[in-house]
Write a protein that binds this ligand. Structure first.
Ligand code: HEC
Length: 198
């Protein structure tokens, strides 16, 4: 587990940095975002040095991520357990869903976007809208990973074990989640309510 985290930090995935902060800070939105703000400020300045131009590639990647975080911060009421898990990684019983990155208080939205339409980070993070996941043609991702459409069972395998319906192993940047069947069902129900992809 520790190795994974180091690998991710090594790659400089911004989300992993946020992940680190989320572990230190309690999962209270304000506190978390305050620290994130600090970190993002630092990240910006660091662009010339450590990160080179990488963080800026892809046209406003930083801007997109900041906007996404604002949106997550602005979300304080949840209409379902699935929605809460999606945004916060915490279920309606108040349990942080355990994952291979050791994150607490970080949900799918941080990397996949509050709109679930995917994000550009150090690597492309795919869309999670149910329409997209189950698109009849399946997907060929920019990193060469190809797979047929997801079904409910194969989505669960993916979230729990990090394998797609083509049997490909996902990058370690995608956490593996120890989610109960009930929470997975609620999350799927929520993803079905998200809009279609462009
Ligand atoms: C730290 C960032 C991060 C978080 C948080 C995260 N993911 Fe991912 N996820 C990724 C990345 C990166 C990929 C792409 C991996 C690859 O292509 O190998 C991915 C891929 C996926 C895929 C595969 C989609 C496809 O088209 O094959 C599914 C399904 C998925 N994530 C579900 C989730 C769910 C559900 C959550 C929340 C419980 C979540 N992810 C949280 C980074 C994240």
């Amino acid at each position: 587990m520790k190795k994974n985290r180091n690998l991710i930090l090594g790659l400089g995935l911004i989300a992993a940095g946020l992940t680190g902060l989320a572990i230190i800070s309690p999962p209270s939105a304000d506190n978390r975002m305050g620290m994130m703000g600090m970190m993002m400020g630092k990240g910006m300045k660091g662009c010339d040095g450590m990160m080179g131009g990488t963080m800026m590639r892809g046209g406003g990647m930083m801007g997109g991520m900041m906007k996404n975080m604002e949106e997550i911060r602005g979300k304080t009421a949840f209409s379902s357990n699935g929605e809460r898990i999606f945004y916060t990684g915490i279920n309606a019983r108040g349990e942080a869903i355990k994952n291979s990155h050791g994150m607490q208080g970080v949900g799918c939205a941080m990397c996949h976007g509050a709109d679930a339409k995917g994000m550009k980070m150090m690597m492309d993070v795919p869309a999670l809208t149910w329409d997209s996941l189950t698109a009849p043609a399946g997907h060929a991702h920019p990193n060469g990973r190809k797979h047929p459409p997801y079904t409910e069972p194969s989505f669960k395998v993916c979230v729990l074990a990090g394998a797609d319906p083509g049997g490909n192993r996902l990058s370690e940047m995608m956490p593996r989640w120890q989610m109960s069947k009930e929470d997975l069902d609620d999350l799927i129900a929520y993803l079905k309510t998200k809009g279609t992809n462009p």
